[in-house]
Design a protein around this ligand. Structure first.
Ligand SMILES: C[S@@+](CC[C@H](N)C(=O)[O-])C[C@H]1O[C@@H](n2cnc3c(N)ncnc32)[C@H](O)[C@@H]1O
Length: 215
């Protein structure tokens, strides 16, 4: 049985980009959404599984799963020569980033493999195949306008009525970070399909309005 201490230890040990305070807010929101709606959770942007651990633990508690999607080749800013490149993630056989082995080790260490369905693929291609609703959709994939917009258009309609849309790295001030997640966040609110639920620094939580159409 995995306890919260094990989950936190695995989270702290995992490579990744989710800070502890935002992670705890995501964990709490996921626990509540999964319990209330009894539906799976969805993550775009698995990377090495740091945030996946939190969603998997919430899924475990609610008797459901988290589906996590990533092509595992890294985002633009994680490629060689860019700010967030980690050379230890490069597969010597291909010369390309491959976060799959790291992700699998993370989940194994957390004891949460049974609560995760990992999809290796490009987010829009996976989204195009998916019609089932989720209690919570967490968008933390590519941070260009092209990718963030495709993630919103592909996955936000799959948030169940009353469910949550979580978006990471939302910065109102361009001095703090790229603006694509912020533009998607604004679009979600302006569509009328989502209302603000909570925020923890760059993590925004929006609730889907009953009877709404996502635009
Ligand atoms: C910021 S990282 C995710 C961080 C992770 N959630 C964590 O807590 O550490 C973004 C991830 O999105 C993936 N990604 C970027 N664009 C993608 C796309 N179009 N389809 C699938 N995955 C994508 C990258 O491979 C990368 O692993």
């Amino acid at each position: 049985m995995t306890g919260m201490t094990d989950v936190l230890a695995a989270f702290e040990a995992a490579k990744g980009f989710m800070p502890a305070d935002e992670g705890m807010a995501l964990h709490e929101a996921a626990q509540k959404a999964a319990a209330d709606l009894a539906l799976p959770l969805l993550e775009v942007g698995t990377y090495c599984g740091r945030s996946t651990i939190l969603l998997a633990d919430a899924a475990r508690q609610a008797g459901t799963v988290v589906v996590t999607v990533d092509h595992h080749r890294g985002s633009e800013e994680q490629q060689p020569g860019w700010e967030y490149h980690d050379p230890s993630l490069v597969d010597p056989h291909t010369g390309l980033i491959d976060t799959v082995p790291h992700f699998r080790r993370t989940l194994h260490a957390a004891g949460l493999e049974d609560h995760v369905v990992a999809v290796v693929g490009r987010s829009p291609q996976v989204a195009a195949l998916w019609t089932r609703p989720f209690s919570l959709v967490f968008i933390d994939g590519g941070h260009t306008d092209e990718h963030a917009t495709a993630d919103y258009e592909g996955w936000a309609p799959r948030v169940a009525e009353g469910g949550l849309l979580a978006i990471h790295d939302v910065f109102a001030d361009p001095a703090d970070g790229g603006q694509a997640p912020y533009r998607v966040y604004r679009r979600a609110l302006e569509s009328g399909a989502f209302v603000q639920e909570a925020a923890t620094r760059s993590l925004q939580l929006l609730r889907r309005v009953t009877g709404s159409v996502v635009r």
